[in-house]
Design a protein around this ligand. Sequence first.
Ligand code: GDP
Length: 302
Amino acid sequence: DAGLEKTKTNFFEQLSKAVVGKSTVDESVLDDLETMLVHADVGIETTVKVIDRIEARVARDKYVSTGELDRILREEIVGLLEDNKSGSTAVLDNAGSSGQPFVIMVVGVNGVGKTTTIGKLAHRFHSAGKKVVLGAADTFRAAAVDQLIIWGQRVGVPVVSHGMNTDPAAVAFDAVQKGVEMGADVIIIDTAGRLHNKVNLMNELSKIKRVMQKMIPDAPHEVLLVLDGSTGQNAFLQAKEFTKATEVTALAITKLDGTARGGVVIGISDQFSIPVRYIGVGEKMTDLQLFDRHTFVNSLFK
Ligand code: GDP
């Protein structure tokens, strides 16, 4: 039940319940706060960190009213998240090209919204006047290749593809080469996310990187891990596996519309020290937002 889910994880409501009838932040308020953060999928490590910080403030200031708790909690959570001003976000913000294309390698398991996110990203860069090339290097699934081609047509950007069951590294190489030739600003490479075969995944991703570097020595400039924000602990597990398989530098968290389980965003970003770049809030081309930590944290309390 989507409505119940939302109620369960609405920070503001839960916070109000935790402090009802109390004027100061005490042990029991902190206990309730802890339960609320865990239920919102913030993850135990990050929850403990937040509670410890608030506890330290309470100890220092002696008297902290429950009325102040809302603001303090927001401050502490914002403090855990990074400002989103680097990587592909910076490319999006800067007018003009820096000379060589910015290469984004996109990783994530099937079904999380990887292809959709690439389509939305392509749209976002294209709309900002950037030249974009897509590479269909998730050659393991026919649907992935087809879907990416459809997105390319929809957005109006070229897609380099060799079809299904072809060498992903060769696709990536050709996409980067095409990007260089046409003076692209951004090259976005889709990859297969087969977590059940970790050695294969690791080898495939490092081979893709190696061949790209023949064209652009410091590529990829961003390794964007796509996670489904509505999957709670699964998203944490995927982050753990992918960070073992390759160096993930940024996150895109999808499906944050409908469910209010935004806690995943805070926990994963904090636990793995990876900045969140984008959040997916629907199925349409325009349903991708640049992550802003202040806006995001405030939205949790609405
Ligand atoms: P992939 O297998 O990871 O490439 O996943 P797809 O891109 O094919 O997406 C799987 C499903 O999730 C599709 O039905 C998408 O429309 C949907 N989807 C992707 N992103 C979002 C999002 O941010 N919000 C919602 N509601 N649906 C999304």
